[in-house]
Write a protein that binds this ligand. Structure first.
Ligand SMILES: Cc1cc2nc3c(=O)[nH]c(=O)nc-3n(C[C@H](O)[C@H](O)[C@H](O)COP(=O)(O)O)c2cc1C
Length: 307
């Protein structure tokens, strides 16, 4: 596979409830051999009841993260929340922090967090002014959508984003109203990113090595979420240039899900909790996998000895 840029970045997207410490560690153990630049992101870490949610923080500080390149992501509604999250993460050892301006979950958006922050340039500007004072301790990045219901909303933010010291801006080319489906708004993304002075990372509907190869000639990197849940070997296949057969991909998927459940079994309390935790992974099973197996997985969370 020919990569145009030497420093093309491969990133594992944050997915709440899915790409958490157990999954990440198993994924990295199974597929990360020789990787030193693939970057994982924690699902968003937030403030709740006036403090940084301890459960979120534990996902970043877990010993399972040892050996992988991990960046914590924060979601915030104003400069006060932003500062509390950043200060707490700095104390916990963060060297990079990603800022979520894309979460489409309505309760968060209504409170002005995630994609809701796109409607508050004043709050973002205040944060942009504080950021340089942290520049010696931590590097920031942004992950965003194009707007809440209008993809032109992002255009109003280019000056503020350009004034921020950012490693990169990851763009999911949809509005919050679209959630995670519907057309990717590629023309709107082009208009927006042509005005951005930061490296741009593409995120959305990537599921094959050839897609990554095509994007590598345009963007500074890709961030992949659901495509990696279904095809966990995707980055290894892209890097090695050797694609796995559909059966090998299914085996890789099953092996990752089963081993993740083994790791979680040590951490969670009881079979019922483990079953609930594992169920969502089956929503992202490879499309070639026998539907009866997937149905069983969705029902029971864990199924062993499929092959
Ligand atoms: C269940 C679920 C949870 C998600 N959690 C987060 C999150 O915590 N932070 C974030 O920035 N994006 C989150 N996302 C969005 C993904 O990171 C990603 O932007 C989106 O799935 C599109 O990329 P994909 O097509 O490669 O999956 C989530 C998406 C899903 C489906």
């Amino acid at each position: 596979m020919k990569i145009k840029q030497d420093n093309f970045q491969l990133m594992v997207a944050p997915l709440q409830g899915l790409t958490e410490a157990a999954w990440r560690s198993v994924h990295h153990d199974m597929f990360g051999d020789g990787w030193n630049t693939v970057e994982y992101f924690t699902p968003f870490i937030r403030v709740e009841k006036g403090e940084v949610r301890p459960r979120d923080l534990r996902d970043f500080t877990s010993e399972l993260n040892r050996g992988l390149m991990l960046t914590p992501q924060i979601i915030f509604r104003d400069a006060d929340e932003w500062r509390m999250l950043v200060d707490t993460l700095l104390k916990a050892g963060a060297k990079r922090i990603d800022m979520n301006l894309g979460c489409p979950f309505v309760p968060q958006v209504r409170k002005g967090r995630g994609a809701g922050m796109l409607c508050h340039p004043d709050r973002l500007e205040e944060i942009a002014e504080i950021m340089p004072s942290y520049a010696d301790s931590v590097k920031f990045s942004v992950k965003m959508r194009l707007g809440v219901d209008d993809p032109a909303e992002a255009l109003c933010l280019t000056d503020i984003l350009n004034s921020m010291p950012l490693r990169h801006v990851t763009v999911h080319p949809r509005t919050a109203v679209q959630q995670y489906k519907g057309d990717l708004l590629l023309a709107d993304m082009d208009t927006f990113t042509s005005r951005l002075e930061h490296p741009v990372i593409f995120n959305g509907e990537i599921s094959s090595p050839s897609q990554i190869a095509a994007l590598s000639s345009v963007y500074s990197g890709v961030m992949v979420g659901r495509g990696l849940l279904a095809r966990p070997s995707l980055f290894s296949e892209f890097l090695s240039g050797e694609e796995l057969s559909p059966v090998q991909q299914e085996e890789a998927y099953l092996s990752l899900v089963n081993t993740t459940s083994d790791v979680l079994a040590q951490k969670l309390c009881g079979a019922a909790q483990l079953r609930e935790k594992m169920r969502p992974y089956w929503e992202y099973a490879p499309s070639s996998l026998d539907r009866k197996i997937v149905k069983q997985g969705k029902k029971h969370g864990i199924i062993k000895n499929v092959y």
